[in-house]
Ligand binder design. Sequence first.
Ligand SMILES: [Zn+2]
Length: 178
Amino acid sequence: MSELRSDARALSARLLVFFWFFATSVITIGFVFRDPTFDNRLLLVGSVLPVADAVFGGARALHSVTVSIALLAIVMIVTKRGSGRRKTLLGLPIGMFLHLVFDAAWNDTETFWWPVTGLGFSDAGVPIVDRGWVSFALEAFGLAGCVWLWRRNHLGDAECLRQFLSDGRLDAVPDRAV
Ligand SMILES: [Zn+2]
């Protein structure tokens, strides 16, 4: 019974970190591309998709950079250059890749390069959730970032939210200091 309870606690700790990945992905892409037409919808999905590895009790294939790169290649192959579909789909592998960056997933070499370095996983746990209080601090930053993005893009307004859900555009770059 107590084992069950500690399992539930471990699981809820794993489910904790989402906002950190949402905020860092959207803000990074805002700074890197400075493209107001970037579609952030699948970026947001991709940024937390690797969290699903928690189901297996630790970092698995979704925490491998090989998988992000393969997915990116598939999107480039199956979509036309400059097409709206490519623009939308690209968010997914980019989001997954940024998850690895902001999860410091490269610390776990065996999983990060899977299957290049071998088919096994190191069983090192899901990187960021194994850092205890650090996860709480990161998630607090992430939540603040998400609140900032939400307000800046007026997503509390039904019309603005509807617009975002239809084109995925977000203004994610702070105004530059004069
Ligand atoms: Zn992760």
